[in-house]
Write a new protein. Structure first.
Lengths: 153, 83
């Protein structure tokens, strides 16, 4: 399941819903991305996330489907927020559930790595020097490539 | 054709979206980008370094040789930075 929303989310409630009624599940892995208060040496007072409505949902759904193809998952959830966020705020939740931990952990890692290079979101930081667009990081591409071959894009 | 711009491409071009009539000589993404750069100084400046521009046609990532047609939704944006 994927959701793109402005509102915050409750991790506990989301994880409970993800596994509710399915007692085959033996492990749940999750990743929560938060807004940092520093970017390099600059203090960040806010982060504004822009996205491409329509394509965002489509790419997230493709990535989720790919995770289900690669691992025996009972459930997967991706929630990504947009709009203005402040340090400490939650940005993204990825959670995966499976009978055993290996699939849940690997699929969760895969989902966040792919999401970072495929889902059309852009961050703008508010710093004392003004507002600026965050640049893509080569490390994120490298992290994604670890999971190739295969997702056709 | 509907053109969409995001992030700094939006601010440099000066609009989030524009409707354009595709000229007959434009058949692919590379041709569209050439034509757009000749449209205004703002377009030329925003599209100066194509290494920083990603293109989606009808919400799928495509390369420079991908065909474009009247009625397509074409989005231009910088490398993504979500997560």
């Amino acid at each position: 399941m994927i959701r793109v929303q402005r509102e915050d989310f409750d991790v506990g409630a989301e994880l409970e819903r993800l596994t509710a009624g399915n007692h085959r599940i033996g492990g749940v892995a999750s990743f929560i991305g938060l807004v940092r208060d520093m970017a390099g040496r600059d203090r960040v007072s806010a982060l504004t996330l822009e996205h491409y409505p329509g394509m965002t949902e489509r790419k997230l759904a493709e990535i989720e489907a790919e995770a289900h193809r690669r691992w025996p998952l009972d459930a997967a959830l991706v929630i990504h927020r947009y709009g203005r966020l402040e340090p400490g705020d939650q940005i993204v939740l990825v959670a995966t559930a499976s009978p055993h931990r290996e699939a849940a952990l690997a699929a969760c890692h895969f989902l966040i790595d792919w999401l970072k290079t495929e889902a059309p979101f852009w961050k703008s930081e508010s710093t004392p020097a003004g507002e600026r667009w965050v640049e893509a990081r080569a490390e994120d591409d490298a992290a994604q490539e670890r999971w190739t071959p295969s997702l056709e894009v | 054709m509907k053109l969409l711009y995001f992030a700094w491409l939006r601010t440099r071009v000066g609009c989030a979206e524009e409707e354009v009539a595709l000229p007959p000589q434009v058949h692919d993404v590379a041709g569209l980008l050439d034509w757009l750069r000749a449209r205004s100084d703002r377009h030329a400046e925003a599209l100066r370094n194509l290494g920083l521009v990603r293109v989606a046609v009808n919400q799928d990532y495509v390369g420079l040789t991908h065909p474009v047609r009247e009625g397509d939704e074409v989005a231009l944006f910088p490398p993504v930075t979500g997560g």
